[in-house]
Design a protein around this ligand. Structure first.
Ligand code: HEC
Ligand code: HEC
Length: 246
């Protein structure tokens, strides 16, 4: 076969492939994402919306609604994080942030559990929240509202408020941890030296770690286990409390 023929065959093959490619592209339309996806993404926005949202920027001014006396006023956007005013346990001034350096005195968001997402969006766009310059998209607001409405895991019953001890199945948790998390965090939870050992985090702030197991870490590869149900997350959390703390 002459070189020219080979070229012709090549060109027509490429053309056919390209044609097939565009056919495939045209015929696949993705359905809307699952509620689980939206809720977990909302959870990561609740954690740190200016990391998770591709359109939002880290606020450069202090949040006008954050107390003047608060420890995190104007601190690299911290005072704009939902969790900073409403807590990792979503209970605001009635939960873990009822005292200490994260105290703001603001109420939790439990009252809006089960609320219509559009009414939650209206609250997020009110004057108190001062989000007009945030850069959040309508999708971001929707996902945040889905989280507020359907994503708040109540911790009473498995995290003791005083001792912070978690009640869960540590041996099931070990199996989950070693097969899902250890790939990135190491079998001892200490692989990533940019963050404290997971054993320490889980004992210091079990609500934060639970939130991150269920929803993932803002703008990082870490998975969200929301679709496996709360018990899996609780068992992992209980196991994490047994890992080395330093
Ligand atoms: C600087 C503190 C602050 C930050 C940050 C903050 N909030 Fe609020 N939030 C408040 C205050 C104060 C209220 C109650 C008064 C109001 O809504 O005007 C409130 C009310 C709410 C309510 C209504 C609760 C109820 O039962 O009525 C929800 C839901 C809520 N916030 C969600 C969020 C979410 C989601 C974020 C992050 C995008 C956020 N908040 C960030 C201070 C804050
Ligand atoms: C694909 C890799 C990956 C997997 C799998 C993974 N993580 Fe992560 N995780 C990360 C990354 C990356 C970070 C951010 C670390 C940083 O900021 O340096 C993170 C952060 C965290 C944090 C927050 C630390 C902090 O101080 O902000 C916790 C807690 C955590 N992971 C627990 C877990 C648990 C428990 C599992 C299993 C359910 C898990 N991770 C699975 C990659 C992963």
């Amino acid at each position: 076969m002459k070189l020219r023929d080979t070229k012709r065959i090549l060109i027509s093959t490429v053309a056919a492939l390209l044609g097939m490619g565009s056919l495939v592209v045209c015929s696949v339309t993705l359905a809307a994402e699952s509620d689980a996806y939206s809720i977990a993404r909302g959870g990561r926005l609740y954690d740190k919306w200016f990391e998770e949202s591709p359109t939002a920027k880290t606020p450069e001014i202090a949040h006008p609604g954050y107390p003047e006396s608060g420890k995190y006023k104007g601190n690299k956007g911290t005072d704009w994080r939902c969790k900073e005013c409403h807590g990792w346990d979503y209970r605001g001034n009635e939960g873990a942030y009822a005292e200490g350096k994260h105290y703001t005195g603001f109420k939790g968001i439990g009252g809006m559990t089960g609320a219509d997402p559009t009414s939650v969006v209206a609250v997020l766009k009110n004057q108190t929240h001062a989000m007009t310059a945030s850069g959040l998209s309508e999708q971001d607001y929707h996902d945040l509202a889905m989280f507020v409405s359907q994503g708040q895991t109540r911790s009473d019953g498995f995290i003791d408020d005083k001792s912070k001890k978690v009640t869960g199945d540590t041996s099931a948790g070990q199996g989950y941890f070693e097969t899902v998390c250890a790939r990135c965090h190491g079998l001892d939870g200490k692989e990533d030296d940019q963050i404290p050992p997971l054993g320490k985090l889980a004992n210091d702030n079990p609500w934060e770690v639970l939130h991150k197991i269920i929803n993932g870490q803002p703008d990082e590869e870490m998975p969200a286990l929301i679709a496996f149900g709360n018990q899996v997350a609780v068992d992992i959390l209980a196991y994490l409390q047994t890992l080395p703390q330093e």
